[in-house]
Ligand binder design. Sequence first.
Ligand code: MN
Length: 171
Amino acid sequence: MRNTRLTESILTVSAICVAVVVLSCNNRKGQQSDIVKTDADMVFPKGEKVTSNNFTGTVWVNYLIESDTVHNVNIGSVTFEPGARTNWHYHKGGQILLVTDGRGLYQEKGKPVEIIKKGDVVKCSPNIEHWHGATPTDGMTHIAIGTNTNIGGAVWLKPVTDGEYHSGEKQ
Ligand code: MN
C-alpha cells in the first residue's frame, strides 16, 4: 500500500516535472518567435521589406548603425531572396560587405560575375560601379558597411537586367 502511494507520488511529481519542462520549452520557443519570428537562425533579424526602386526582387533591410559626427559609417544587414539584387550603383565613400548567410553574386562593371558566400568579405572601392544580390536559387544576407559617409553615399543607376544577372551562368 505504502509502496503504491509512493509510486503514485513519484509518478505525480515526475508528471509535474515533465509538464514544467515542456511548458518552459514552449515558452522559450514562443519568446524567440515573438522577438525574431522566422529569423531564429540569422545573426540579425532581417528587418523591413525594401520598397525602393533601387532593387529588383524581394529585399529586406535592418538598419543597425546610422553615421553621426563621430562615426563616418552606416551599417545595415541586407537580405536578398533568391533572384533579388541591387541596381547598378557606386559609393562615393566606398563600401564593405560581410556575407553572413547564403550564397550571392557580386559584379563590378566590366568584370565577370563572382559568387560570394557566407564568410566572404567584399571591398567595394569608391566610385566603382557594381551590384550585389542573391543567386537565382539561394538567398543571401550581407552586412553592408558604408564607409567614409562624410564623402557621400550610394549613387543609384539602372536595374541589373536579367541578361546581366544570368551572365555568370554561361561561363
Ligand atoms: Mn554596393
